[in-house]
Design a protein around this ligand. Structure first.
Ligand code: ITT
Length: 193
């Protein structure tokens, strides 16, 4: 099976992408490639952070690879937390702390519109290609559901009546930003590899 290094340390992203690929393609996450380095994400855009991760791993391995950077963009907060989603409540904040901060910021906000956005950066034979996926939805008033990761307990995608945290990986992939970006990359890759 064709395989690419996936420049991530996030096991949830690996599980979602493996489920979405359904055997069409192999991925090797950093842990399985024997790379335990933390990759810097110093930029203010998903695009720049995704490129930082893919080029870091390409420099290290010389191999074709891809990364993705994702964020939750809330309309009423002018697109925050966005690229700072993982660190919204502080550099070492966990998901619970990030959620608490977001719900606090939005406690009197009626407009609950938001979207998850994923940018994939693929480095193939030394060239960079980007693929985007967007999932629109709303922020709940309180966390609901135990599954998923990050902001999943407070996000209901358009077309659903429950949060991502209530869904199986397969159900989430019917709506997800990550899956949409991935399908665009797969279509591109199937023509080339
Ligand atoms: P890598 O950089 O190692 O890939 P990461 O967890 O640091 O993993 P990001 O920099 O892309 O990933 O940060 C994205 C954060 O946005 C993530 O930690 C979650 O808090 C949130 N997030 C992204 N996708 C999400 C999803 O599908 N569901 C819920 N939260 C998500």
């Amino acid at each position: 099976m064709k395989s690419l290094i996936f420049a991530t340390n996030n096991i949830h992203k690996v599980l979602e992408i493996r489920a979405a690929l359904d055997g069409r393609f192999g991925i090797t996450p950093l842990s399985e490639a024997g790379i335990d380095q933390d990759i810097p994400e110093p930029h203010d855009t998903l695009e720049e952070n995704a490129l930082e991760k893919s080029s870091f791993i390409h420099r290290l391995t010389g191999k074709n690879c891809f990364s993705e950077d994702s964020g939750l963009e809330v309309d009423a907060l002018s697109g925050a937390p966005g690229p700072r989603s993982a660190r919204y409540a502080g550099e070492s904040a966990d998901a619970g702390e990030n959620i608490r901060k977001l719900l606090q910021e939005m406690k009197d906000v009626a407009d609950r519109r938001a979207r998850f956005r994923t940018v994939i950066s693929l480095i193939l034979d030394g060239m960079e290609y980007r693929f985007e996926g967007v999932c629109p939805g709303v922020i709940t008033m309180a966390p609901e559901g135990q599954g998923g990761f990050g902001y999943d307990p407070i996000f209901i995608p358009d077309g659903a009546d429950q949060t991502f945290a209530h869904m199986s990986t397969q159900q989430k992939n019917k709506y997800s930003h990550r899956k949409k970006a991935l399908e665009r990359m797969i279509t591109f890759l199937l023509d080339r590899l």
